[in-house]
Design a protein around this ligand. Structure first.
Ligand code: AP5
Length: 238
């Protein structure tokens, strides 16, 4: 399947008064959460809050949290709710989160979802989370995961099978050699998928029960998925 990376300049939302609030992207590993979060971020000028990226930054920096998280992530299991909730609470205090943010990979357990609901309710005037679940045929996910390459400088996401960089294994934007995540093996992917089904699928049900979730076909080209997310969030906020 041939896909194109979205040019955020082509997906600018014309409604400058729209207040996005907290948006959650849910989906299995490789569903396109990170790819889409970057497009939504560019459109609505709100930050991406990716717990996977925050944890990987801690692992790289060798912090106490990173030391605890490294082995757990390497097995495709989840870091404890307590550690992740505290990390997210710190990030959400930053001033760039005032108009909203895109949560990518959080909440991923019912415990995290209930914590987030409480945390947002305690902040006066804050909007509740609305969620979009990306549904992708599981047979496509393996290729997405094993072919993924990331730019460690600018965060751009490529896929050597589906949308490779122009210059073999270098970022189109800044020329940095691309890297492969250590958990992007078929073996760890299988465990991540199992963890998703057992622990994160109930999170979607949690938001669905409150009419705060829409499902979207994540098997479409990247730009079509972005347009679908923007439209779904606007419906959920109306
Ligand atoms: P995390 O980093 O969140 O990984 P994940 O949820 O498994 O998701 P991925 O990043 O693998 O995929 P994605 O959906 O972002 O897809 P992407 O856009 O890159 O978490 C990693 C680990 O950290 C966890 O296993 C856990 O241990 C820990 N962790 C994180 N959060 C936690 C939490 N809240 N609690 C506890 N532990 C936590 O796209 C994938 C590929 O597909 C790319 O190559 C891309 O180019 C391609 N692609 C994207 N969209 C399309 C499309 N429409 N068509 C074709 N190709 C596409």
């Amino acid at each position: 399947m041939e896909t194109q990376i979205s040019d955020p300049a082509t997906s600018v939302d014309s409604d400058a008064t729209f207040l996005p609030g907290p948006i959650l992207l849910i989906g299995p590993p490789g569903a396109g959460k990170g790819t889409q979060a970057k497009n939504v971020m560019a459109t609505w000028q709100i930050p991406q809050v990716s717990t996977g990226d925050l944890l990987r930054a801690n692992v790289s920096a060798g912090t106490a949290l990173g030391v605890q998280a490294k082995a757990i992530m390497g097995r495709g299991e989840l870091v404890s709710d307590d550690l992740v909730n505290r990390m997210v609470a710190e990030r959400l205090k930053e001033p760039d989160c005032v108009r909203g943010y895109i949560l990518d990979g959080f909440p991923r357990t019912i415990g995290q979802a209930e914590w987030l609901d409480r945390h947002l309710a305690e902040r006066s005037g804050g909007l509740p989370v609305v969620a979009v679940r990306l549904k992708v045929d599981y047979t496509h996910l393996v290729r997405r995961i094993t072919g993924r390459r990331n730019c460690p400088t600018c965060g751009s996401i490529y896929n050597v099978y589906l949308h490779p960089p122009k210059d073999d294994e270098r970022c189109d934007l800044d020329g940095t050699p691309l890297v492969r995540r250590s958990d992007d093996t078929e073996e760890v992917f299988t465990e991540r998928l199992r963890t998703y089904e057992a622990q994160t699928a109930p999170v979607a049900a949690h938001y669905r029960a409150q009419n705060r979730l829409e499902d979207l076909d994540g098997d479409q080209p990247v730009d079509a998925v972005t347009a679908g997310i923007l439209a779904a969030v606007k419906r959920l906020r109306s």
